[in-house]
Design a protein around this ligand. Structure first.
Ligand code: FAD
Length: 189
């Protein structure tokens, strides 16, 4: 046999390892290739945090150079996360789920890794307290606050009656991704 029987395992391990490194690099801002577009990288290298020159530079699992994350990339990914969460949010959430979603928004307004955005979002939340009593209420509230941000950036206003068409539930076999809410109104856990 010409091939080492353990080689597929080593290759898989290497792919996973590369993928983790790619993620870590993009989250820590240590990506070392220039942005492809005119979007300004959110984080860039300073001389003091440059990786050792012997460190591998092209670390993407697919052979694609890793790119710095821009404020726009981060925004799109975060909105995708939030609107998908809203689409998956239960019709009848538990008390804990309502509390969690409010805390999540508060934490986002403190920890969002773009300070100007976080500060602005704090004000948006102050003027528009989270409404998450049901799936419809939460997704409409989120659409509204996303529009507040859109307006401040002179972006088009999204028609919130179309939010369910734009952001459907996660495509997940046998509804394994569904968040479980309460089965009846009085069944708060
Ligand atoms: P995005 O606004 O990222 O939207 C992604 C997609 O969502 C759109 O293509 C559209 O299909 C859909 N969409 C748009 N509006 C709605 C809506 N109302 N409801 C449902 N779906 C919608 N950037 C700044 O420069 N300054 C800031 O202060 C700032 N604050 C932010 C605060 C938060 C909490 C977040 C998550 C992002 C913030 N951003 C900010 C980033 C900004 O909102 C955009 O994400 C970024 O500019 C990229 O915009 P985009 O045009 O690709 O679409």
């Amino acid at each position: 046999m010409s091939e080492n029987p353990l080689e597929p395992i080593f290759k898989t391990f290497q792919r996973i390892s590369n993928s983790i490194q790619t993620q870590l690099f993009s989250f820590t801002g240590l990506a070392i290739h220039p942005s492809p577009s005119n979007e300004k990288p959110l984080l860039s290298l300073s001389p003091s945090n440059k990786p050792n020159s012997s460190y591998p530079t092209d670390i993407s699992a697919k052979g694609k150079a890793s790119q710095p994350v821009t404020k726009e990339d981060l925004g799109r990914s975060t909105w995708t996360f939030l609107h998908t969460l809203a689409a998956q949010y239960p019709e009848h959430p538990t008390r804990q789920q309502k509390k969690d979603v409010k805390e999540l928004m508060t934490i986002l307004s403190r920890m969002y890794p773009c300070k100007e955005c976080a500060d602005h979002f704090k004000e948006v939340l102050r003027a528009n307290p989270v409404q998450a009593g049901s799936q419809a209420e939460f997704s409409q509230w989120l659409c509204h606050v996303h529009n507040v941000v859109n307006r401040s950036l002179s972006k088009p206003i999204f028609p919130c009656e179309r939010v369910d068409a734009r952001w459907g539930k996660l495509d997940c076999e046998q509804r394994l991704c569904d968040l479980q809410g309460t089965t009846t109104f009085g069944d708060d856990i």
